[in-house]
Design a protein around this ligand. Structure first.
Ligand code: XLS
Ligand code: NI
Ligand code: NI
Length: 439
């Protein structure tokens, strides 16, 4: 491996009381929890597109961030050098995984063949870097939204030729994801939606999207790709309405088209918020049907209307999310991918380190708090008690499908008016705070 390029060294765990900014306060990668290290539990991943392709541009302005390694002979040699830097960063920040879109890692060529050739050259290099560092690919995906050819969608484009082009691109993306041992493959419906129903056949577009996903599943089988397929819901942006609006509509889509056996959900915090939900809600909805797959870790800004993709340092929000995740049995082969970017004025390399340290530390703290909360079981007990009438007698019969309106009518006549019981919300909020803020 080439020698270090970044001027910042290895980030180490220094403990919660340390005042060293460039150190972990809660994420001790080597710490053993139930026989597994924190690094193994949390499965953090770096998003190549933000951390190594992000320039600080926003809807109102061009890039502000420039990196010295972004200059070179030609686009492919820059891509190779960038990969070296990226892996140095993964290693220094103690992230065991990374994620990419095909076009993040290698430049798009003038033809599809040239794009594929570029990809092959970079992928061969990434394979070496993975081997040398032990960093693995959490998931791959294809960028089906940047190029103008996809302005009216990829799989939902009204032109079958665009559908075919997108299929060719995903075919290749699946091949390289397999080549690099990717543990998952993500579909985020970038422009799979509509701007106006005046020009849109909604029924046909949804059927085309499903057909596309079935083709991907079939091809994965053909080439022996064992990774988990994930769908990443988002209600809007870039299109006005996206078909994979939220987890609930995603479940309906997957079940309608017989895809629920092949897909799970990749849930992104700010996509949940954009859909008018909490992060915790989206996790619970996916977990309830056994389809929780992975997390895109970020947050939005309540005062801004777009997907700002910020690093999340909200201990309360992440603790609630972590409780839901742990209760569901964890993420399995998923992980926490920092689909988050630096603010436009955060132009220094140091900022990239601060950003990831904050995100990782907050998740690690949330993980520990959630484990403690679940271990003490106070919320679990409260909730179990709240539903206890369904554990016995006629309540149990209802859950078992052994009841009828006639029997229930007899019970209602006999027992009369039910006694109201408090939901105790304020007590529970205080209880949560007692874990979050130990004075
Ligand atoms: C955009 C999405 C995107 C996906 C990968 O909002 O979050 O980054 O994670 O295509
Ligand atoms: Ni997003
Ligand atoms: Ni995402």
């Amino acid at each position: 491996m080439s020698k270090d390029i970044l001027h910042i060294g290895q980030i180490k765990y220094a403990g919660a009381d340390s005042d060293q900014a460039l150190s972990f306060k809660h994420y001790n990668p080597a710490e053993l929890v139930d026989g597994k290290t924190l690094k193994e539990h949390l499965r953090f991943s770096i998003a190549y597109w933000h951390s190594f392709r992000g320039t600080g541009s926003d809807p109102f302005g061009v890039g502000t961030i420039s990196r010295p390694w972004e200059r070179g002979r030609d686009a492919v040699s820059v891509a190779l050098k960038r990969a070296d830097v990226a892996f140095e960063f993964f290693r220094k920040i103690e992230a065991p995984f990374y994620c990419f879109h095909d076009r993040d890692i290698a430049p798009e060529g003038r033809t599809l063949r040239e794009s594929n050739r570029n990809l092959d050259r970079v992928v061969a290099h990434l394979k070496q870097l993975q081997r040398a560092t032990g960093v693995k690919l959490l998931w791959g995906t294809a960028n089906l939204f940047t190029n103008p050819r996809y302005m009216c969608g990829a799989a939902t484009n009204p032109d079958a030729q665009v559908f075919a082009y997108a299929a060719a691109q995903v075919k290749k993306a699946l091949e390289v994801t397999k080549e690099l041992g990717g543990e998952n493959y993500v579909f985020w419906g970038g422009r799979e939606g509509y701007e106006t129903l005046l020009n849109t056949d909604l029924k046909r577009e949804q059927a085309h999207l499903a057909a596309f996903m079935h083709l991907a599943v079939d091809y994965a089988k053909q080439i022996g790709f064992q990774g988990q397929f994930l769908i990443e819901p988002k209600p809007k942006e870039p299109t006005k309405h996206q078909y994979d609006f939220d987890v609930a509509s995603g479940i309906a889509f997957l079940k309608t088209f017989g895809l629920d056996r092949h897909f799970k959900f990749n849930i992104e915090t700010n996509h949940a918020t954009l859909a008018g939900h909490t992060f915790q809600h989206e996790i619970e909805v996916a977990a309830a049907v056994g389809l929780l797959g992975s997390i895109d870790a970020n947050t939005g800004d309540t005062l801004l209307g777009w997907d700002t993709d910020q690093f999340n340092t909200d201990v309360k929000e992440l603790t609630l999310a972590m409780i839901a995740i742990l209760r569901a049995g964890g993420l399995g082969r998923g992980g926490f991918n920092f689909d988050a970017k630096l603010r436009r004025p955060s132009i220094d390399l140091e900022d990239l380190f601060h950003a990831h340290i904050g995100g990782m530390d907050t998740y690690a703290l949330a993980f520990k708090l959630a484990r403690r909360i679940l271990k003490e079981g106070k919320f679990e007990k409260f909730v179990a008690d709240r539903y206890a009438t369904f554990d016995i007698g006629y309540g149990k019969d209802i859950e078992k499908g052994k009841s009828s309106f006639k029997t229930l009518e007899q019970i209602a006549f006999k027992l009369g008016e039910p006694k109201p019981r408090s939901g105790r919300q304020e007590y529970l909020e205080n209880l949560l705070n007692s874990y979050l803020h130990r004075g």
